[in-house]
Structures are given as structure tokens and as C-alpha cells.
Design a protein around this ligand. Structure first.
Ligand code: IPE
Ligand code: IPE
Ligand code: MG
Length: 266
């Protein structure tokens, strides 16, 4: 396997095999990533922070391609949080234009590669042109058969939970629902992620050890992998490490492992 894999347009149709260190049967069905460290990556090179965001797009393209080739069914990434509006206006504006440009430029290859793209979050305050592109990209890839690619944009876990609660409360007020009919499945069906399985693995780059308001409900039983790698440096090697770490975990979901249960006498 090569180091520092980056995918350029001339490699567009190359297929990346699953590294030998990984068990193809035990890949996560759904991978979530907090793509953090763009600013520090740029500052470390004496560049303005926005150059880190540009470089981060390349890491995202690589990661999406690898996930798709390695049989991961869904990739959900945190692109812009409800709290990120508090950054300087220049950086926010740059990010909005970057999302627009990247979406416009990459839509053709997303279609070709059968990616189904979806945007998760409160999209209403986004610039109109971006909203139009999001609509176009979502509609034109909705019948694709490949990886589900969810981009969390103006996303906040707390806001998502409040909005689900509001929708259920409204149904109760209308007399269409009784409070005691609300269960976990019904609640989950009102979240932006309705219809997706919960992430099996969450990766956070740049060494930060927090969730930062990401997928608060959905990460209930996700395995957590933190890496010091800054997002623009995230590559096939870093993804492989995260997946090896994931495959070494024993997921118990509050129960007992089957071999422990044998020795447990009531
Ligand atoms: C993550 O990188 C990208 C966004 C939040 C949009 P940061 O911009 O947070 O980079 P650092 O954490 O300041 O290095
Ligand atoms: C989380 O990163 C949001 C995204 C990656 C889009 P932040 O850099 O905004 O999170 P904090 O401020 O370090 O918690
Ligand atoms: Mg950050």
C-alpha cells in the first residue's frame, strides 16, 4: 500500500484494493468523521487558515473514494457546525464559496461513481446558490447505488434533537400522536439522519477529544478513534490505522461477550 495516497483526476477510475491488514468482512457499515485541524495544518506551513480548508477537500475526496472502494456503505462528515458561524466573516464566506465550487466541480464524478450525496443540517441560512447546488446534487444522485455520502452542513446535534422534539410535539398537539407512543424508533425517524444506520465508528482528527455537538443521538454506541493527524494529512495510511483499531474492538452494546456469558452463572 502506498503512503500519502492522493487521488487526482487522472486516477479517477483506478480502484483501490482493501489493504491486507484489514478484514473485508468486518468493515464498518457507517463511518463518521469530524474533519478537524485544517487551520492548524495551514498555520504550521505559514499559510492562511483558508488554505487548510482547501487542502482538506483533497483529503475528503481521497477518503470518500477509499471508503467506497473498501465497501463501507455510508460516510458522514462534519463540514460546518451550527457554532462555526461564530468564526470571522471572511473564513465563513470562504467556506461557503468553497462548498459551492467543490460541489459544482465534483458533481459529475460523484454521479459517475454512483455516490448518493445528501446534506444534513439546517440548510435554510446557506447562500441561495449553494442551496440550489445542494438540491441539484441531492436529486441527481438519489437513485445511485453506491456509497451514501452525508455532508453535515450547518449541523448541530442539539439543534437536531430540538427540531425532532418540536415535530413530535406538533403531531401531539394536532391529535395525530399520543406522548406515550413516542419511542426510540419514532424519535429517530424525525432526525435528519432518518433511514441511515447509526455510525459504527467515529474518527476525529487533530487530536481533539470531544464530540463538538456532532451526531449526539446517533453516536450512542459508536467506537471512537482519535488521531493526531491533521485533516488535510488524512490519507489511506491513516484510514487503515483507524480501521485496524476498529477491527480490534469488541463491541458489546451493554451486553456480555458470548465467551464471557458461558462462564457467568446466575
Ligand atoms: C475543521 O478545521 C474545519 C471546520 C471546522 C470548518 P478547523 O478550521 O477547525 O481547524 P483548526 O481546528 O482550527 O485547526
Ligand atoms: C468541529 O470542529 C466542526 C467541524 C469539523 C465542522 P471545530 O473545530 O469547530 O470544533 P471545536 O471548536 O474544536 O470544538
Ligand atoms: Mg477545529
Amino acid at each position: 500500500m502506498r503512503n500519502s495516497l492522493s487521488i487526482s483526476s487522472d486516477q479517477a477510475k483506478m480502484f483501490f484494493p482493501i489493504p491486507r491488514e484489514l478484514d473485508p468482512i468486518r468493515m464498518p457499515q457507517h463511518l463518521a468523521i469530524i474533519m478537524d485541524g485544517n487551520g492548524r495544518w495551514a498555520l504550521g506551513r505559514g499559510l492562511p487558515r483558508i488554505m487548510g480548508h482547501k487542502a482538506g477537500v483533497e483529503a475528503l475526496k481521497t477518503t470518500l473514494r477509499l471508503c467506497s472502494d473498501w465497501g463501507i456503505g455510508a460516510l458522514t462528515v462534519y463540514a460546518f457546525s451550527t457554532e462555526n458561524w461564530s468564526r470571522p466573516g471572511e473564513e465563513v464566506n470562504f467556506l461557503m464559496s468553497l462548498f459551492e465550487n467543490v460541489l459544482q466541480r465534483e458533481l459529475k464524478s460523484l454521479k459517475l461513481e454512483q455516490v448518493r450525496i445528501n446534506f444534513i443540517g439546517d440548510l435554510s441560512p446557506l447562500p441561495n446558490r449553494l442551496k440550489e447546488l445542494i438540491q441539484e446534487a441531492t436529486d441527481s444522485t438519489s437513485r445511485n447505488q453506491g456509497i451514501n455520502f452525508n455532508v453535515c452542513t450547518n449541523y448541530g446535534g442539539r439543534r437536531e434533537l430540538v427540531s425532532a422534539a418540536q415535530k413530535l410535539a406538533e403531531k401531539c398537539v394536532q391529535g395525530d400522536l399520543k406522548p406515550d407512543e413516542i419511542d426510540e424508533n419514532l424519535f429517530a425517524s424525525e432526525l435528519f439522519t432518518a433511514g441511515n444506520v447509526d455510525p459504527d465508528l467515529i474518527i476525529r482528527t487533530s487530536g481533539e477529544r470531544r464530540i463538538s455537538n456532532f451526531l449526539l443521538w446517533q453516536l450512542a454506541y459508536a467506537e471512537i478513534h482519535i488521531t493526531d493527524t491533521l485533516w488535510p494529512d488524512f490519507d489511506a495510511t491513516a484510514l487503515t490505522k483507524a480501521l485496524i483499531d476498529y477491527q480490534s474492538r469488541r463491541r458489546r452494546f451493554g451486553g456480555l461477550e458470548s465467551n464471557n456469558a458461558e462462564h457467568y452463572e446466575i
